[in-house]
Design a protein around this ligand. Structure first.
Ligand code: MTE
Length: 309
């Protein structure tokens, strides 16, 4: 993501978005061999049925599925923004199991199908803010993380939730160039994880997740920077200790545990005061907690958000 020197940055990351996306459209129109597979977003996506619309939805212009599935961070499949769409087809997403354990009364390993039945599938359009100062608006389909946690019954000692992604070198041959420790790990405080906005997404735009977006199941916490949204989750562990998180391990000065969207706390190397919506021309102001302050600010009463970034 951000620990690379400018010389490491691929042209896809510095090409102005419009030019970059037009180039993609041109390739599609001319049927250019390169990436023709990757140009079909959701090629093997299945439509999700029985999805209910949630009131936790913003009424803003939705980013296209094409953009949301071709401008990704998924380091296990390459560090360039276009690479996950090209290479994540080697990820095997079925069968899939998620092991939920640690400080819980009822540990359980879930098949994806069982997990999806814990609560009605909801569609929620969330504002998503990347720490790199770009943003998208994405309709996610999933279940509240709280529904799963309640089912396994956290014990009174549990204070945090730790998440682990799949790490499989055969399926992820580019992972050796990721430059970060793998498997990818993330964490939330238990009360953050229980917040109704925290979603375990199994789909987007009404279809199953494209591999590059974290199939078959990933975390979505819209008031936090995008890197908290750990992809392709295989393990969820309740614990009494603040769990390690991938970007904090990679660069603790730049990435903290909380990673709440905060326009008043700049990244050491750039401002977080504004953002560029992918697909839009002009920058917009970044909102505290990404616009979700009314819902989440009480989680952080008394916490110094400059220190706890
Ligand atoms: N999860 C895993 N396993 N590996 C990753 O490299 N990247 C993170 C996060 N989850 C990442 C991950 C980062 S930096 C971002 S911004 C979001 O995924 C991007 O999600 P998106 O591609 O669906 O927009």
């Amino acid at each position: 993501m951000l620990i690379r020197k400018p010389s490491d940055i691929r042209s896809s990351e510095i090409t102005p978005k419009d030019q970059y996306l037009n180039r993609r459209k041109f390739l599609a129109a001319t049927g250019a061999a390169v990436g023709s597979l990757a140009l079909a977003p959701g090629a093997d996506a299945a439509k999700l049925s029985n999805v209910v619309k949630s009131s936790y939805t913003v009424n803003e212009k939705v980013t296209t599925l094409e953009d949301a599935s071709h401008y990704n961070n998924y380091y296990e499949f390459g560090t360039g923004k276009e690479e996950p769409a090209h290479y994540a087809n080697t990820l095997i997403t079925s069968p899939w199991k998620v092991q939920v354990g640690g400080m819980v009364a009822k540990p359980k390993t879930y098949d994806l199908d069982d997990l999806m039945k814990i609560a009605p599938l909801e569609e929620r359009t969330y504002r998503m803010r990347c720490v790199e100062a770009w943003s998208m608006v994405i309709p996610w389909d999933g279940i509240p993380l709280a529904a799963l946690l309640k089912q396994v019954e956290p014990t009174s000692s549990a204070k945090y939730v730790a998440f682990t992604s799949l790490f499989n070198e055969k399926q992820m041959p580019r992972a050796k160039f990721a430059g970060i420790e793998l498997p990818y790990v993330e964490g939330l405080r238990l009360d953050e994880a229980m917040h109704p906005l925290a979603l375990l997404a199994v789909g987007m735009y009404g279809e199953t997740l494209p591999n590059q977006n974290g199939a078959p199941i990933r975390l979505v916490t819209p008031w936090k920077y995008g890197f908290k949204g750990i992809k392709s989750i295989v393990k969820i562990t309740l614990t009494d200790k603040m769990p390690p998180t991938t970007w904090n391990i990679a660069n603790a000065r730049e990435y903290g545990f909380y990673s709440n969207v905060n326009p008043m706390v700049d990244h050491p190397r750039w401002s977080q005061a504004s953002e560029r919506r992918i697909g839009e021309l002009f920058k917009v102001k970044t909102l505290m907690f990404n616009g979700y302050a009314e819902q989440v600010s009480s989680l952080y009463t008394g916490l110094d958000l400059k220190k706890n970034y």
